[in-house]
Design a protein around this ligand. Structure first.
Ligand code: DSN
Length: 428
């Protein structure tokens, strides 16, 4: 089986062979990485378009190269569609990635050494939220907040953003900026309390909505734009666009944000990716996209419940977005995230290991596993299918020493994937 998108690569058998392998992997195994999705053929076609040839340093109407009449219209279209989608004043669609977008925001609005309050990586935050190994912690003084302690009472689950801690840290450190948003956190993030705390200490509020941008666009999660000074995100996760980043901001910050992206951080924008972002923003504005994001959330809830019934513990006692963060220790005290990820890979289920709050194991080994429903919901799976996937995952992990169990699970996974191929119309 091979991808129809590779038909034009007539001069490179090695690359074509590898692309065919990846096509088979993506369409015959389950993609449960919470930050991935299946972009539409239209998005992929725009990403592979003629715009890859064009240099366009600058912004529409103010470029440093000639020949940008069409590119200007493309980028303007992407900006217009994005501001309309989220109700924002201003959009910058040039960041090559979410990390670039975040760093550009810091560069635009902070001076070197300024204090920023953000979520700690091992509590669910992102590397660019001031991890010691990230450039962000070298340029700015990050202090962090975390989640409340674990509480197994379902009526008052712990491991939720600790707003008392956010407020205490804000009052103690008087940050110039507070960052809301997470990368491994399964609960809804309400922007209003963050705004209140930011106002109390005179801080700017940045909302990193990389994971939930699609859920916001679809109306399944609250929109941070009315609350935040800046909203930064990736375009390829729940938003289902091409790999890349984007920034929304209030008009008063537009000039410095644009300057920080180009020329502050990047050179020529990837106009082929920007065209693909425009396509994705139009797709996300359709009523069918809201149906999709509601289903993503419903699927995650059903998946989490089914995984709990198999003996896994859901961090924060549940999920309200597209992901489930699992504590593997209840299922099997010996099972690490690293081993679980490797076993599931062999069984055709693609996941990623993840630290959980107060994880006794290192970030390389971990006690947690993160799974998400965005991609396979695009492929068409619904609640009952995710319950079946939960049971297959548990079977593979319980039988991880027995290759015949792994083989059976892999065959059942392949069966599911043959019924739910996101690119079925193109499969030869
Ligand atoms: N945002 C990360 C993830 O969630 O997978 C990648 O940086």
């Amino acid at each position: 089986m091979s991808s129809p998108f590779d038909a034009f690569i007539t001069n490179d058998d090695e690359v074509v062979a590898l692309l065919a392998q990846e096509w088979t992997r993506q369409t015959s195994t389950l993609q449960l990485i919470a930050s991935e999705n299946f972009a539409s053929p239209a998005v992929m076609a725009a990403t592979g378009s003629i715009l890859t040839n064009k240099y366009a340093e600058g912004y529409p109407g103010r470029r440093y190269y000639g020949g940008n009449q069409v590119v200007d219209e493309i980028e303007d279209l992407a900006r217009r569609r994005l501001t309309a989608l989220f109700g924002a004043d201003h959009a910058n669609v040039q960041p090559h990635s979410g990390a670039n977008a975040n760093v550009a925001v810091y560069q635009a609005l902070l001076a070197p050494g300024d204090t920023v309050l953000a979520m700690r990586l091992d509590q669910g935050g992102h590397l660019t939220h001031g991890s010691p190994v990230s450039i962000t912690s070298k340029n700015w003084n990050f202090v962090s907040y975390g989640v409340t302690p674990r509480n197994d009472d379902p009526a008052a689950p712990g491991e939720m953003i600790d707003f008392d801690n956010v407020r205490d840290m804000a009052l103690e450190h008087r940050p110039k900026m507070i960052v809301a948003g997470a990368t491994a956190y399964a609960r809804r993030i309400d922007p209003a309390p963050f705004r209140e705390i930011a106002d109390e200490v005179g801080a700017l509020l940045m909302f990193d909505s990389a994971h939930v941008a699609g859920l916001i666009a679809g109306g399944s999660h609250p929109n941070p734009v009315p609350y935040a000074d800046v909203v930064a995100f990736t375009t390829h996760k729940t938003l289902r666009g091409p790999r890349g980043g984007a920034i929304l901001c209030r008009e008063e910050h537009a000039k410095v944000i644009d300057m920080a992206v180009f020329p502050g951080q990047q050179g020529g924008p990837l106009e082929h990716a920007i065209a693909a972002k425009a396509v994705a923003f139009k797709e996300a504005a359709q009523p069918s996209f809201s149906t999709y994001t509601d289903q993503v959330v419903a699927n995650a809830r059903a998946f989490g419940e089914a995984l709990s019934e198999e003996g896994f513990r859901m961090v924060s006692g549940g999920t309200e977005n597209h992901m489930v963060l699992l504590d593997l220790r209840e299922f099997d005290a010996e099972l690490t995230g690293k081993v679980a990820q490797e076993v599931l890979d062999r069984a055709g289920v693609t996941t990623n290991r993840n630290t959980i709050p107060d994880d006794p194991r290192s970030a390389f080994i971990t006690s947690g596993l993160r799974v998400g429903t965005a991609a396979e919901t695009t492929a068409g799976l619904t609640e009952g299918d995710f319950a079946q996937v939960a049971s297959l995952m548990a079977r593979a992990l319980r039988g991880r020493e027995d290759e015949s169990v792994i083989g059976q699970v892999r065959a059942e996974v392949a069966q599911i994937c043959s019924s739910f191929n996101p690119y079925a119309a193109f499969t030869k």
